[in-house]
Design a binder for this molecule. Structure first.
Ligand code: AMP
Length: 586
C-alpha cells in the first residue's frame, strides 16, 4: 500500500520554522556557524553543556520557566532558569565536597524526578561524567553497567536502593557514595548512604565552572549489542552543538515553546532532548513523572499548553488504540509540532495523527551512538508517511554495502537496500565504547560510521528504514541485547540452552521471546515457565525480561556452537529459514 504524501503549504505554518528551506539550509550550514549560536564559558574557559543549557539563560532570562515537573500524584514543581542555575551549582558543590573529580562517573537510577535533572546538569558543571540508568532495570543490568562504568557516585531513591542495589552493593567495588533522594522533610537513614537533600541544603549555590574542553567526556549512555556485555557509548561536552542545533532545526524549538519530550533520561532521547536541547534552546520543558496513560497525556497537552511534543511510536500506537473519541474531550490547539523517534513509525500513525490531531507526526532517526538526531522530517518539508526524512544539515548519510574484501561501496541508485552509514565528524558522535577500542573500531570502515540499520533512499533523498542488521531487540523503544537475557536464563538450574529473539508485536514493535531447552531431569511445564519468568524478572527487571518463553528439546546451533537466533526467528515467523549450511546438524 502506498501513502499520499502530506504536503505542507507555507500558510499551514503556525510559526515560521527555523528550517524554512531544506536545500538552502544544507548549503548555508557549517558546524562552526552552529557553534556560534552557543556562548562558550566566560573568559574563554571552553564549552560546557550546563553553561549553555542553564547559566547562559539564567544570566539573561533567569525568570523564564525552564522546567515544570508534574508528579504522578498531582504535585507540580516549577524551576526557572535561575532556580536551575542555583540548584545545579549546589549539586556541583556536593560532588566537589565528596571528592568527585572531573572525568569520574556519577550514575543515576531514578524515575523522572526533579533531582535527576539537577544531578545531570550539576554533574556537567563539575565536569564529571553523568550516566543515567533506567529505573525499571533489575539488579543484574544495574550491576553490569555500574561496574563497566566504574561509577563513583550513585544517585537513587530509598525504595530503588532497597529493592535493587542494597543486595548487590558488595559487588560494586568502585561505588563510594550513594546519595538517596528522600523528601525534604524526611531525611534518609540507611547505613552506607547519604541524604541527597541534606547535602544540597548544606552546599553553596555559587559555583564557577572550570575549564571544559569540548572533548571532555560528559555522558555515558549504555546500549546493547547482539553479543557481549552492554556497551558504554561515550559523549563529550562539544556534543552540545549538535544537541542545540538539531533541537532547533529538527524539533523546531523556539524560546517561547512549551516542549514535552516523553522519554526517560535512561534512554539517550530523554537526555539529549529531555534535558539538554530544550534548555539550550531556552524553552519551557515539561517533565511527567508518571507512566503512559492516554487520558493523562491529553490532559497534560491541554493544561500545559504544550506546543512541541516529542514521543515514540509505541506510545503513538497506544494512543491510537485509546481511540479518536477521547481526543475530542481535550483542547490540543496549542500543539504545533509533533515528532517521533526510536522505532519505525508506521505510515498509518502519521496519517492518523494528521486526521485526529490535525497535525502529522514527524518521524526522525538516530541512535545512542549518534548522540543526536541525524535524519528527520522538518516542519517545512512535505512528509512521506513511513519515511524517516532527510539528513540534518551537516550530516552526510548514505546507503552502503560492504564488499567481500571489506571495502565500502556507496549505493548511489535509489531504492536499493543497504546499510545506513554516516560520515563521521558531527559533534555528538560517540567517541568510544568505554574501555572497548576494538568494538568501537568495528563500527567504522573506509571513512564511514556503520549504523547497523538497513535502509533505502528514494530518488528524492528521503530515507526509509528497513530493519536491523543484527539481532538486537527493540521493545517499546528500548534496545535490548539478547545475550544479556540469555545469560540470566542460563543461570537457572533447569536451563541448558537459551536463545532470545524479538517477536513482532503490533504495539511494542517487538517483544522479548525466549526459547529454552532444559537440562536432563527437568520437565517442561507451566509451573517451570512461571518460575523462569519470575527468575528473569527479578534479575533483569520488567523491561528486559522475556514476555514469552517457549520450551524446545534442543536449540539450533551453528557448527561453531552459536545459537542461531536468526533461524529461531524465521521459524517463529513462519518464514523460509534461509541458508542453514552452517547449522550443526545439517
Ligand atoms: P537507541 O540507540 O536505543 O536509541 O536505538 C537506536 C535504534 O533504534 C536505531 O539503530 C534503529 O534501529 C532504531 N530507530 C531509531 N529511530 C528510528 C526510526 N525513526 N525509525 C526506525 N528505527 C529507528
Amino acid at each position: 500500500m502506498s501513502w499520499e504524501p502530506i504536503v505542507k503549504e507555507q500558510s499551514d505554518w503556525p510559526v515560521v520554522p527555523n528550517l524554512r528551506n531544506y536545500a538552502q539550509a544544507i548549503e548555508d550550514f557549517s558546524w562552526r556557524r552552529a557553534q556560534q549560536e552557543l556562548q562558550g564559558l566566560p573568559a574563554g574557559r571552553g564549552l560546557n553543556i550546563a553553561h549553555e543549557a542553564v547559566d547562559r539563560h539564567a544570566n539573561t532570562t533567569g525568570n523564564h520557566l525552564a522546567l515544570r515537573w508534574l508528579g504522578k500524584n498531582g504535585d507540580v514543581l516549577d524551576f526557572s532558569y535561575e532556580d536551575l542555575r542555583k540548584l545545579t551549582n549546589r549539586f556541583a558543590n556536593v560532588l566537589r565536597q565528596l571528592g568527585v573529580s572531573p572525568g569520574e562517573r556519577v550514575f543515576a537510577l531514578a524515575g523522572r524526578l526533579p533531582e535527576l535533572y539537577l544531578a545531570a546538569l550539576g554533574t556537567f558543571k563539575n565536569r564529571s561524567v553523568f550516566c543515567p540508568l533506567f529505573s525499571a532495570f533489575g539488579p543484574e543490568p544495574i550491576k553490569a553497567r555500574i561496574n563497566i562504568g566504574g561509577a563513583k557516585v550513585l544517585v537513587t531513591t530509598e525504595a530503588l536502593y532497597q529493592r535493587k542495589v542494597a543486595g548487590i552493593r558488595e559487588a560494586l567495588p568502585s561505588l563510594e557514595h550513594v546519595l538517596l533522594i528522600g523528601t525534604d522533610q524526611q531525611p534518609t537513614h540507611i547505613p552506607g548512604t547519604l541524604d541527597f537533600h541534606q547535602l544540597m541544603r548544606e552546599a553553596s549555590d555559587e559555583f564557577t565552572i572550570q575549564l571544559t574542553a569540548p572533548e571532555d567526556i560528559a555522558l555515558l549512555h549504555f546500549t546493547s549489542g547482539t553479543t557481549g556485555t552492554p556497551k558504554g557509548a561515550v559523549h563529550v561536552h562539544g556534543a552540545v552543538v549538535a544537541h542545540h542545533i538539531t533541537g532547533k532545526l529538527a524539533l523546531d524549538l523556539h524560546p517561547e515553546d512549551v516542549f514535552w519530550c516523553t522519554a526517560d533520561p535512561g534512554w539517550v532521547t530523554g537526555t539529549s532532548y529531555g534535558i539538554i536541547a530544550p534548555l539550550t534552546n531556552g524553552v519551557t520543558m515539561v517533565v511527567d513523572e508518571a507512566d503512559f496513560d492516554a487520558e493523562r497525556w491529553y490532559r497534560i497537552l491541554q493544561e500545559q499548553k504544550v506546543t512541541v511534543w516529542y514521543t515514540a511510536p509505541t506510545a503513538i500506537r497506544m494512543l491510537m488504540k485509546a481511540g479518536a473519541e477521547i481526543v475530542q474531550k481535550y483542547d490540543l490547539s496549542h500543539l504545533r509540532f509533533l515528532a517521533s523517534v526510536g522505532e519505525p513509525l508506521n505510515p498509518e500513525a502519521v496519517v492518523w495523527s494528521q486526521k485526529i490531531y490535525g497535525k502529522p507526526f514527524h518521524d526522525n532517526w538516530w541512535q545512542t551512538e549518534t548522540g543526536g538526531i541525524m535524519i528527520a522530517n522538518y516542519a517545512s518539508m512535505d512528509i512521506r508517511p513511513g519515511s524517516m526524512g532527510k539528513p540534518l544539515p551537516g550530516i552526510e548519510a548514505a546507503i552502503v554495502n560492504k564488499t567481500p574484501d571489506g571495502k565500502i561501496e556507496v549505493v548511489t541508485a535509489p531504492e536499493i537496500q543497504g546499510e545506513l552509514a554516516l560520515r563521521p565528524g558531527w559533534p555528538s558522535m560517540f567517541r568510544a565504547y568505554l574501555n572497548e577500542p576494538e568494538r568501537y573500531q568495528k563500527c567504522f570502515a573506509d571513512g564511514w560510521y556503520l549504523t547497523g540499520d538497513l535502509a533505502r533512499r528514494d530518488a528524492d533523498g528521503y530515507f526509509w528504514f528497513i530493519g536491523r542488521k543484527d539481532d538486537v531487540i527493540k521493545t517499546s523503544g528500548h534496545l535490548i541485547g539478547p545475550f544479556e537475557v540469555e545469560s540470566i536464563l542460563l543461570e537457572h538450574a533447569a536451563v541448558a540452552e537459551a536463545g532470545v529473539i524479538g517477536k513482532p508485536d503490533p504495539v511494542a514493535m517487538e517483544i522479548v521471546k525466549a526459547f529454552v531447552s532444559l537440562k536432563p531431569g527437568y520437565e517442561a511445564s507451566d509451573a517451570l515457565r512461571r518460575e523462569l519468568f519470575a527468575h528473569a524478572r527479578s534479575r533483569l527487571g520488567a523491561v528486559v525480561a522475556p514476555k514469552e518463553i517457549e520450551f524446545r528439546d534442543k536449540l539450533p546451533r551453528t557448527r561453531s556452537g552459536k545459537i542461531m537466533r536468526r533461524l529461531l526467528k524465521a521459524q517463529e515467523l513462519g518464514l523460509p529459514t534461509g541458508d542453514t549450511s552452517t547449522l550443526e546438524d545439517s
